[in-house]
Ligand binder design. Structure first.
Ligand SMILES: [Zn+2]
Length: 324
């Protein structure tokens, strides 16, 4: 079919848009331009919707062929019909918005809306190394200020009965542990996100005597996850303990996933990975405690390959694959 789909990825500071020509060869698909529109999601639903509509208008202007479908990745939970549900969204007025219907009425094409972490997983599955085949499965975990996750099973995003599938960040790894915004205690993201690592640094510093612990005591280190990993590369004992703690919790949650989903590959992305391969190595070190020996051998865990483009390309490819 001649034409293109549009992908939109709604992030906290910018909205990304890209057009996707599904009949080009695979390498050609992801080399196209991504446009970025700065936004403040805190301003509410109306300005975010206006920017989405402007982005679709501008990116599709002058393109050959017709627009076949639109895919949107959004923060928050999305039900099976593409409606935004639940209050865990940082855009006032976003909850309950029938986004897919609103965009369908405006452009008269099918619109698929999914959680941004799910679209990111789809992008990594579709364009990352070793995947993209119909029978393949992938779990994608993003370690940022929070922890997002998505599961692609047999080439489809796993949504779940209530849109909750893939919420890896809220797997409880410490019963009765650190309180989380979601209402539970001991969620993975309270320990292994950038925010969680910083909290660990403050809590664990009094038990150590190291350059990092002295900086934290003196108030000269934030601390941030970046500072922790910089200290780790200099051999700091507190930083090493924080890293082990974060890795152990990650391995625990990933072990549960590996046993239940048995994916072909697990990819880990997000800002925390700026620390390098040490994040993946840390997870691997603790996995034997949580994964059956027979599964461990075939468990392929590696860094995500698309970076921050995964969400917008995933949204565009998802819309194409469903409708073209
Ligand atoms: Zn939680």
């Amino acid at each position: 079919m001649k034409g293109y789909s549009i992908g939109i990825d709604i992030g906290g500071t910018s909205i990304k848009a890209a057009a996707f020509f599904g009949n080009a060869d695979r390498d050609g698909l992801i080399s196209g331009e991504i446009r970025r529109y700065p936004t403040r999601t805190a301003d509410g639903a109306a300005p975010v919707r206006e920017i989405i509509e402007r982005a679709i208008d501008e990116i599709s202007r002058g393109l050959p062929g017709r627009m076949i479908a639109i895919g949107v990745g959004t923060p928050g939970l999305v039900d099976r019909e593409g409606n935004l549900i639940g209050a865990a969204v940082n855009i006032p007025g976003w909850d309950g918005l029938p986004l897919s219907r609103a965009l369908e009425e405006r452009w008269r094409v099918p619109v698929s809306v999914a959680n941004d972490a799910n679209m990111t997983a789809y992008g990594e599955w579709r364009f990352g190394a070793e995947t993209g085949s119909a029978g393949d499965s992938l779990v994608c975990i993003s370690l940022g200020t929070g922890i997002g996750g998505g599961v692609v099973l047999d080439g489809r995003i796993l949504v779940g009965a209530g849109g909750m599938a893939g919420e890896i960040g809220h797997v409880v790894v410490e019963e009765g542990g650190r309180p989380c915004n979601c209402g539970l205690s001991g969620c993975l993201e309270r320990y292994s996100s950038a925010t969680g690592i910083a909290v660990s640094a403050v809590r664990m510093a009094p038990d150590f005597d190291s350059p990092l612990s002295r900086e934290i005591a003196a108030g000269t280190a934030g601390p941030t996850a970046k500072q922790v990993y910089r200290a780790l590369s200099a051999g700091d004992s507190l930083a090493a303990a924080i890293h082990r703690d974060s890795s152990r919790h990650l391995a625990k949650a990933i072990g549960v996933l590996a046993q239940t989903v048995n994916p072909k590959v697990i990819v880990i992305g997000g800002g925390v990975l700026e620390a390098g391969d040490i994040i993946i190595e840390g997870i691997r070190e603790f996995l034997p405690r949580f994964v059956l020996p027979m599964s461990l051998e075939s468990l392929n865990i590696r860094r995500a390959s698309l970076g921050e483009s995964a969400g917008v390309w995933g949204a565009a490819a998802h819309a194409w694959d469903k409708n073209a």
